[in-house]
Design a protein around this ligand. Structure first.
Ligand code: MRU
Length: 343
């Protein structure tokens, strides 16, 4: 399963706002189309929006060549537009800065655009390889039989392929472990109920959807063996920004003595931020909370707040699973080591 495809000058985006009811592919040929797809959550998940943005830059360069404009100017405009789409996932900025670095040395003309295209393709390929490595490291933490609780969607749909936290679940299953998944529905966008459930059904892994507010009750019953989630940005001390609701899960897991793991590639680590307080948290349109599937269910005059992410302090995290290995507490030291290239 894939969320993105590159086909001869077109970025194909599987429209995740329509899943699982309809598999509809968008054909993007301009920077603006890619930017709007990211803003509208048609493609979402930290690594996937990084890959989409990289191809957005390629499209900007290709249109510039067609119009006889300078690539360097077009790349600058593309990066500015794409960087303004969503603020929290650092993979977006990581991918854009990687493309900018290539543009700086690529020069102008058709060959320069082709070089940017090769870079975006490499970035997409690498994301899949990285996720498979995360999966292998993470699977070591999964017992032979495990009831795993996860939040949001961190699978193939949220990445170039395979997934991060869901990739760990996939890898455990590939190693012959008996895994069952509690799928948080993940209000208000239902990434769990719609997307994670869809991936699990396709993989034939047993998944049970629960409302977000059910998670702590299941932990109290002893029905959850571990929690694993993804990340949108990891600060230098190991604090993690992820989908709203993650922090509450981490608190509940610690209270019940249940391991709480985060799986993320090193492209999600932001060494420039000392701790999670500095991570920009996206606030989305309140209508996404006031409505369910486009139907308003709150009374006229009611207002809502839609924080898309929260920050889990490193002290609540039992392991950070990366493609380079598993980081264990004290996480501030472990993350520093990773950022220095010692892991
Ligand atoms: O708002 P979204 O759907 O883009 O949020 C996605 C998440 O929070 C994921 O957990 C995170 O990006 C990791 S995806 C491998």
């Amino acid at each position: 399963m894939r969320a993105l495809g590159w086909n001869d000058g077109e970025l194909l985006i599987l429209d995740q706002t329509r899943l699982p009811l309809e598999e509809r592919w968008l054909h993007c040929r301009t920077v603006e189309e890619v930017a709007e797809a990211i803003e509208g959550m048609r493609v979402r998940g930290a690594p996937a929006i990084g890959v989409a943005a990289a191809f957005g830059v390629v499209l900007g360069a290709q249109r510039a060549v067609e119009q006889g404009r300078r690539i360097s100017a077009a790349v600058g405009e593309a990066v500015a537009r794409l960087a303004a789409t969503r603020p929290t996932a650092v993979n977006l900025f990581w991918a854009l800065s990687r493309m900018e670095k290539v543009a700086e040395v690529a020069g102008e003309g058709r060959e320069a655009a082709a070089r940017l295209e090769r870079e975006a393709e490499a970035l997409m390929r690498e994301d899949e390889q990285v996720n498979r490595r995360i999966g292998r490291w993470g699977a070591e933490l999964i017992p032979q039989r495990a009831r795993i609780l996860t939040h949001c969607n961190t699978g193939a749909l949220a990445t170039a392929a395979y997934g991060t936290a869901l990739g760990v679940i996939r890898a455990a299953r590939e190693e012959g472990k008996e895994v069952e998944v509690w799928v948080d529905e993940t209000r208000p966008f239902f990434q769990g109920a719609r997307l994670t459930a869809y991936e699990l059904v396709q993989e034939g892994i047993k998944g049970t959807i629960i409302t977000d507010s059910t998670a702590a009750a299941l932990m109290a019953k002893g029905w959850v063996d571990l929690v694993i989630v993804g990340a949108d940005r990891v600060a230098a001390n190991g604090d993690v920004a992820n989908k709203i609701g993650t922090y509450g899960l981490a608190i509940a897991a610690r209270y019940h003595g249940i391991p709480f793991y985060v799986a993320a590639p090193t492209s999600t680590f932001d060494g420039s931020l000392a701790d999670g307080r500095a991570i920009p948290i996206e606030e989305r349109n309140p209508n996404e909370v006031l409505q369910v599937a486009g139907v308003r269910m709150a009374p006229p005059g009611a207002s809502a707040l839609h924080l898309a992410f929260d920050v889990t302090p490193h002290s609540l995290i039992d392991a950070l699973i990366t493609e380079k290995g598993v980081l264990r507490p004290p996480l501030p030291d472990a993350v520093q080591g990773l950022l220095r290239g010692e892991t």
